[in-house]
Design a protein around this ligand. Structure first.
Ligand code: NDP
Length: 264
């Protein structure tokens, strides 16, 4: 189903987790493309500094604090954004964490990761859907990861949260289509951000946040459901996930042993 592409004149863009990394870069890229961008995260000082850096761009950035794990916060921040800056036409649900874990299955890190990457994303999704559904228009993109395509060693919390986020998007796409809302899934490969800088694992084809942001913003302007990059990594991982389990585990295990990967 082809739904109308949202333009800067249709309303505001909202980005969660925009105080650093991919969210920050997408905010500046959208402001460069003429959008008014409302950015949220927990660190308001960081957000305000990013907003100042948009001075002189065709669009502008406005900052509001918003913790995706706070049950009431997403609804409240959306109400503020819409009352002050206008209707949200484009939402990029991007907030995410990849905490270090201790032991085989660190349940504390697992719960924290699911709370931000999955439940937090779902909170933002539910709140923005409530605004867009009566208008029967809007565009929502959720940032998952290529790490959600299939089980990877050491990625029990992060991988599960991203696999579930992908599934959530696939599931909601049917209902969103019927309501005139465009739902998109963003699956990046490795991007050089504070999240990845703390990790000591091989990161093939890693790219800068600015390059990732250009590809994400280009993806927003195209019709496809999934925006995934770099293509060679995403197609390779999709192909590996089609293998029967014995071949899949052999191949991934061999690659992990060769690279010394312990945790993502
Ligand atoms: P960063 O650590 O740079 O950014 C994470 C952002 O999420 C920050 O702005 C942080 O802001 C925000 N955040 C964390 N917890 C919360 C919370 N409870 N409420 C609101 N915001 C929160 O990492 P990236 O830019 O790399 O990650 C952004 C997204 O991209 C994540 O979902 C990540 O999983 C995904 N991704 C990243 C890849 C990579 O290689 N970097 C690859 C694939 C996907 P604050 O602390 O101020 O709240």
């Amino acid at each position: 189903m082809t739904l109308p592409r949202m333009q800067p004149g249709d309303g505001v863009a909202w980005i969660t987790g925009a105080s650093s990394g991919i969210g920050e870069a997408v905010a500046l890229e959208l402001a460069l493309r003429g959008w008014t961008v409302a950015i949220t995260a927990r660190r308001l000082d960081q957000l305000e500094e990013i907003a100042r850096r948009a001075d002189g761009l065709p669009g502008r950035i406005v900052a509001h604090a918003g913790d995706v794990t706070d049950p009431g916060a997403m609804k409240a921040v959306i109400e503020t954004i819409e009352s002050v800056h206008g209707p949200i036409a484009l939402a990029f649900l991007n907030a995410g964490i990849a905490p270090d874990s201790n032991g085989l299955l660190d349940i504390e890190a697992f719960e924290r990761t699911i709370a931000v990457n999955l439940v937090g994303a779902a909170r933002g999704l539910a709140a923005v859907l409530d605004c867009m559904a009566p208008r029967r228009r809007g565009h929502i993109a959720l940032n998952a990861s290529i790490a959600g395509y299939g089980g990877l060693p050491g990625a029990s919390a992060y991988g599960v949260s991203k696999a579930a986020a992908i599934h959530l998007c696939e599931t909601l796409k049917f209902d969103c289509d019927r309501r005139g809302i465009r739902l998109q899934l963003v699956n990046p490969g490795w991007v050089d951000t504070p999240l990845t800088r703390r990790k000591d694992v091989p990161m093939p084809f890693i790219m800068s946040p600015q390059e990732a942001a250009r590809r994400i913003a280009d993806g927003f302007e195209q019709a496809g459901f999934e925006v995934s990059f770099p293509r060679r990594l995403s197609w390779l991982m999709k192909a590996i996930n089609l293998l029967p389990y014995p071949a899949y585990f052999w191949l991934i295990g061999k690659a992990a042993r060769r690279s010394g990967t312990k945790a993502i």
